[in-house]
Design a protein around this ligand. Structure first.
Ligand code: NAD
Length: 392
């Protein structure tokens, strides 16, 4: 008998689940439907470049229809509204619903606003291609406006949160905004770029010398750092900090953290702080017919701490689930998820980067780290379908 598989999400976890499952499961054995909010698989690790205008949209928004062509996967472009595990049913935003025998949840994470007043209403976030396009258009319109009005709020760009997302974005701003200034006859010296970080240093958890490198490299390109002071409020043209100081700006990109997806957190499966708890085969600990990939799940590492919610882990989870779906449906032996953590690569703009590589966290900076970052993107694109040459 055919078993219906529904995959929610076409990001790293969902796409890799679908592609891997089809290596083992014929279309006549298990019809697979993949639901995604956008028609594209988004390379979110490169969104900072799109947001600053250093990359074309087609390089980060790969059409799912093309990626899944010939794979016998039904693509449903729709937003997931509700998961009802006890009825084995998913409700979509257009009012339709999908029944499943096995469900894979790979819906990613959401931006955490921590209840900070005004933040959700007035800040920008960087979670999708649309978000990145919005930032890019807004930054340009501010600089254009500044050329006419000389209003300081138009010339001030703030990144709230100095984790990797914020630091990668400010690096691109530092490299790309000078060209925009030239376009509108504004001197780059009149532009202010800030990172506000609540922790004592940017990039908490990174080795000290790499933090130092990031700060020096970005500082030399005009970035100012305010550390040890959290953002506490935002209004249309001001960001307020805990020490009472205010920054006048029309642009704060909020990169202060992520949290579990609310659809997952509220659906009745077992969760830990909004992220689904899973067993060693990546099945929900409360529902064995639900597998969970990527940021929607929390996977504990050997030291009893959760693995970070990153693309490389999501991708590997998708592959593991792709195989385990086959084993589960065929009554075979599922494989334990054993991720390979190849390290962390963070760009500091076009020409600089920092990295910790491998289990022993070998440190890299500068061109070798930049090249590794580029290579990891190419490797991923080549892996998902050899599409690289066709899309660039
Ligand atoms: P994060 O949680 O890693 O960083 C958020 C930062 O915001 C923290 O440093 C935190 O102290 C700060 N913050 C929180 N509240 C604040 C406040 N009120 N005011 C000022 N600062 C505040 O979030 P992220 O950077 O979006 O990263 C999310 C995950 O994705 C992480 O696991 C990260 O490692 C991963 N990531 C990896 C890469 C990469 O590998 N290149 C790039 C981006 C993100």
């Amino acid at each position: 008998m055919q078993k219906k598989v529904v995959i929610l999400g076409g990001g790293y976890g969902g796409l890799l689940t679908a592609l891997t499952a089809r290596k083992y499961l014929g279309a006549n054995e298990a019809p697979i439907t993949l639901v995604n909010r956008y028609p594209s698989h988004q390379i979110i690790t490169e969104l900072h470049r799109l947001a600053a205008g250093n990359l074309a949209e087609k390089a980060v928004a790969l059409p799912l229809e093309k990626l899944l062509r010939g794979k016998d996967v039904n693509l449903n472009i729709n937003t997931v509204k509700e998961i009802i595990p006890d009825e084995h049913r998913v409700v979509l935003a257009d009012g339709t619903s999908l029944d499943y025998e096995v469900l894979v949840i790979a819906l990613g994470s959401e931006t955490a606003f921590f209840g900070i007043p005004g933040l959700q209403e007035h800040s920008f976030v960087l979670k999708s291609v649309d978000d990145a396009n919005r930032i890019r258009a807004h930054v340009e319109s501010c600089i254009q406006e500044y050329s006419k009005t000389k209003n300081k709020a138009d010339a001030t760009f703030v990144v709230g949160g100095g984790g990797l997302t914020g630091i990668e974005l400010i690096g691109e701003f530092a490299d790309e905004i000078p060209a925009l200034c030239k376009k509108y006859g504004v001197s780059f010296d009149e532009i202010s770029l800030y990172v506000v970080e609540a922790a004592p240093t940017i990039l908490p958890g990174f080795p000290e010398d790499l933090v130092e490198r990031a700060q020096t490299s970005l500082g030399a390109r005009g970035v100012k750092f305010i550390t040890g002071v959290p953002v506490t409020k935002m209004e249309a043209t001001t960001v307020e900090l805990k020490d009472g100081s205010k920054i006048e700006t029309k642009t704060m990109v909020w990169t202060g953290g992520v949290q579990g997806n609310s659809v997952v957190a509220n659906c009745g499966i077992e969760v830990n702080r909004g992220r689904a708890t899973v067993n060693e085969f990546l099945q929900s600990t409360s529902h064995e017919d639900i597998f969970v990939a990527g940021d929607s799940a929390v996977v504990m590492g050997p030291e009893g701490r959760p693995y970070p919610p990153t693309a490389q882990i999501s991708w590997q989870m998708g592959e593991a689930i792709g195989y385990n779906l086959f084993a589960y449906l065929k009554g075979g032996k599922m494989e334990e998820f054993k991720p390979v953590f190849s390290g962390t690569l963070g760009s500091l703009g076009r020409k600089d980067a920092i990295a910790t590589i491998g289990e022993n966290k070998t440190k890299l900076k500068g061109i070798p780290a930049s090249l590794m970052k580029e290579a990891s993107n190419v490797r991923y694109l080549a892996h998902i379908n050899g599409l690289f040459s066709k899309l660039y």
